[in-house]
Design a binder for this molecule. Structure first.
Ligand SMILES: Cc1cc2nc3c(=O)[nH]c(=O)nc-3n(C[C@H](O)[C@H](O)[C@H](O)COP(=O)(O)OP(=O)(O)OC[C@H]3O[C@@H](n4cnc5c(N)ncnc54)[C@H](O)[C@@H]3O)c2cc1C
Ligand SMILES: C=Cc1c2[nH]c(c1C)Cc1[nH]c(c(CCC(=O)O)c1C)Cc1[nH]c(c(C)c1CCC(=O)O)Cc1[nH]c(c(C)c1C=C)C2
Length: 477
C-alpha cells in the first residue's frame, strides 16, 4: 500500500528523511512541516554583500567514517562538489587546537612527540596515562558520566582539562552529566569489547554501518580531509536539498507550518497546525527536538512524553566577530576553555584559519566566533529571554582581548542567541531511547524518532538518522 508520510521539522534531519523517502515509489506523498520561514534549522550562514560568510551554527563537517561518507554521498547527489571547501590533514587548522588554562593558551598535544613529553597544562606525559589505561579493569556500570569514565581510565587531570573541554566543544555540555555510552559510543564500546580504550582504538571495532563511498567520499579519503565546508556556507547544503525536493512531484514542503498537535486517527495521524489547518498521514517521522515532540503528542502517550521531556537542551550564544588584519597570536582551529577556568565561556573558533575563503574579498581580515553559555548559560547570564545582545557582545570581545591579547575592536559583529540548540545526552540516555522505542512498538504507533535528540548531534549523525528513519519505512535506498 502506498503511504502518506509527514516529516516534522525542516532541519537537516527532516530534509534528509524526505530525500530518502522521495526515492521510493511506495510513498504516495511526503509532507514536510517546518515551523519557520526557511529550512535548514541550525545550519544558518550569514552572507554579506562583500563576500564574507559567517556561520551561526555548524562550520565544518567531518568526512570520516560511514556517516561522514554518507553525507558526502548526498553532497555529490546534490551536485555540490564544486562548492566544497576541504581542509586537509596537513593544514594548520587540523594540527593545532588550543586549550586556555590558567590564563594561557596551550597547544593540545598531538603526534608522537606530543604524547611522550610533558606538555603544559598537563603535569606528566600523556603516554603514561595511556599505558596505564591498558591495565585498568573493565567497568561494570551500564553507563557512566563521561567525566567518571575518563577519570577512572585515564586519570583526573585528563578528565578535568581535556575531556571537560571536549564535551564543551561538541555538546556545549557538562562532562559530569553527559553519558559516555551515548556521547562517545566508540570509547564505551572499546572498553566493553577490548577491555581498554587504547586497545579498542588500535584494534578497531569492525562494526558499524556500511556506506559505499561516492567519488567525492573517495577523494576525501585519498586527500586526507579532516573537515569541509561550502563556498556559500553550510546553509547552502539544506538550500540545495530543498531545491531538489521541490522538483519532486510527490513532495510537499510547507514553511510557517508549526505542528500544534498529533492525534491517532484510524491507524494513522491527524496533524493540526498552529493556523488551524489539519492534515492526515499514515506515518510520522519526527525530527523535532524531543521536548517539542512531547508538547504535540496526545496526553494518552504519557510514558513516552515523560521520556521525551527528560532530554534536555542547552542554549548557546554565538558571537561572530570580524577584525581588520591578521590579529591572532597563534594559528589553528581555535581554543576551548575548561569549565574550571571560566564556566560561561566555552571557546573561540578561529574561522579565518580553516576557511579563509569566507573572508570578505579584498583586504586582510580575521573572523572569529566566540561560543558561550551551554550547560552554564543560566548561571552565567541569567534567563536567555532577559540577557541583552550588548552583554553577550561585551563578554565575547573581552574574551578575545584577554585570551588572545587582541586590543583592537571588531569592525563588524553579529550576536546570535541559539535557544535550546543542542540536546544533552545525560546519564541513562540509552535506557530512555530503549523505553521510548519499546513504547512506540508496543502501541503500534506509526511514529519514527529522528534528528539530533536521539543518536548523535553532529550534522553527519543527524543526516544518517533521517536516512535510517526513511529506510525503516521503505527499505534500503
Ligand atoms: C552553535 C552550533 C554549532 C554546531 N557545530 C557543529 C559542527 O561544527 N559540526 C557538526 O557536525 N555539527 C554541529 N552542530 C550540530 C548540528 O548543527 C545540529 O545538531 C543539527 O543541525 C540538528 O539538526 P536537526 O534537523 O536534528 O534539528 P534542527 O536543526 O533543530 O531542526 C528542527 C527543525 O524543526 C523545526 N520545528 C521545531 N518545532 C516545530 C514544530 N512544532 N512544528 C514544525 N517545525 C518545528 C525547527 O524550526 C527546525 O527547523 C552545531 C550546532 C550548534 C547549535
Ligand atoms: C565551544 C563550543 C562549540 C564549538 N563547536 C560546537 C560547540 C558546542 C559544536 C560542535 N563541534 C563539533 C561538532 C560535531 C562533532 C562530530 O562528531 O563531528 C559539534 C556538534 C566538532 C568539533 N569541534 C571541536 C571538536 C574536538 C570537535 C569534534 C570533532 C573533531 O575532532 O573535529 C573543537 C572545538 N569546537 C569549538 C571550538 C572553539 C573548538 C576548539 C578547539 C566550538
Amino acid at each position: 500500500m502506498q503511504k502518506v508520510v509527514a516529516v516534522l521539522g525542516g532541519g537537516i534531519g527532516g530534509l534528509s528523511a524526505c530525500h530518502h523517502l522521495s526515492k521510493s515509489p511506495n510513498v504516495s506523498k511526503i509532507v514536510l512541516l517546518e515551523r519557520s520561514g526557511r529550512c535548514g534549522g541550525w545550519l544558518s550562514s550569514i552572507r554579506r554583500d562583500d563576500g564574507a560568510v559567517f556561520e551561526q551554527g555548524p562550520r565544518g563537517v567531518r568526512p570520516a567514517g560511514a556517516v561522514g561518507r554518507n553525507t558526502l554521498n548526498m553532497v555529490s547527489e546534490l551536485g555540490l562538489e564544486s562548492e566544497i571547501l576541504p581542509v586537509t590533514k596537513d593544514h594548520v587548522a587540523s594540527k593545532n587546537r588550543f586549550l586556555y588554562v590558567k590564563g594561557q593558551l596551550h597547544k593540545m598535544p598531538s603526534g608522537p612527540g606530543g604524547v611522550v613529553r610533558t606538555i603544559p597544562p598537563f603535569s606528566r606525559p600523556i603516554i603514561q596515562s595511556v599505558l596505564k589505561e591498558i591495565l585498568i579493569r573493565k567497568g561494570t556500570e551500564e553507563d557512566e558520566s563521561v567525566h567518571a569514565f575518563v577519570s577512572r581510565r585515564l586519570g583526573s587531570e585528563l578528565a578535568n582539562i581535556a575531556i571537560d573541554s571536549l564535551c564543551r566543544g561538541v555538546f556545549a555540555g557538562d562532562s559530569r552529566q553527559l553519558s559516555v555510552r551515548s556521547c562517545f559510543p566508540l570509547l564505551y564500546e572499546a572498553e566493553r569489547s577490548r577491555g581498554s580504550i587504547v586497545l579498542g582504538m588500535l584494534m578497531g571495532s569492525g562494526g558499524g554501518p556500511k556506506v559505499v563511498p561516492s567519488d567525492l567520499a573517495k577523494r576525501a579519503s585519498t586527500e586526507s580531509w579532516t573537515q569541509w565546508s561550502l563556498k556559500r556556507g553550510m546553509q547552502a547544503f539544506p538550500e540545495a536539498l530543498e531545491d531538489t525536493l521541490k522538483r519532486r512531484e510527490r513532495v510537499e514542503l510547507h514553511h510557517h507550518a508549526k505542528v500544534k498537535s498529533l492525534n491517532m486517527n484510524s491507524g494513522g495521524w491527524e496533524i493540526k497546525l498552529d493556523d488551524g489547518v489539519s492534515l492526515k498521514a499514515d506515518h510520522v517521522i519526527s525530527t523535532l527536538p524531543a521536548s517539542e515532540l512531547a508538547s504535540v503528542l496526545p496526553p494518552a502517550a504519557q510514558p513516552l512524553l515523560e521520556e521525551l521531556r527528560a532530554i534536555a537542551l542547552v542554549t548557546v550564544a554565538v558571537v561572530n566577530l570580524e577584525y581588520e588584519g591578521f590579529i591572532l597570536p597563534v594559528t589553528g582551529f581555535g581554543h576551548l576553555v575548561p569549565s574550571s577556568e571560566d564556566p560561561g565561556l566555552l571557546g573561540v573558533v578561529y574561522d579565518s584559519v580553516p576557511f579563509p575563503q569566507h573572508n570578505r574579498s579584498g583586504g586582510l581580515t580575521t573572523r572569529l566566533t566566540v561560543m558561550m553559555g551551554g550547560a552554564w548559560f543560566e548561571q552565567t547570564f541569567g534567563h536567555p529571554d532577559s540577557v541583552t545582545k550588548q552583554t553577550l557582545l561585551d563578554r565575547a570581545t573581552q574574551a578575545v582581548t584577554s585570551h588572545l591579547g587582541v586590543n583592537s575592536q571588531p569592525v563588524w559583529s553579529y550576536v546570535g542567541l541559539l535557544k535550546n540548540c543542542i540536546p544533552q545526552y545525560h546519564l541513562g540516555h540509552w535506557k530512555r531511547l530503549e523505553k521510548m522505542r519499546q513504547y512506540i512498538s508496543n502501541h503500534n504507533l506509526p511514529l519514527t524518532l529522528a534528528g539530533a535528540s536521539y543518536d548523535g548531534v553532529s550534522v553527519n549523525d543527524v543526516i544518517f538518522s533521517g536516512r535510517t528513519a526513511a529506510e525503516g519505512l521503505i527499505g534500503k535506498t
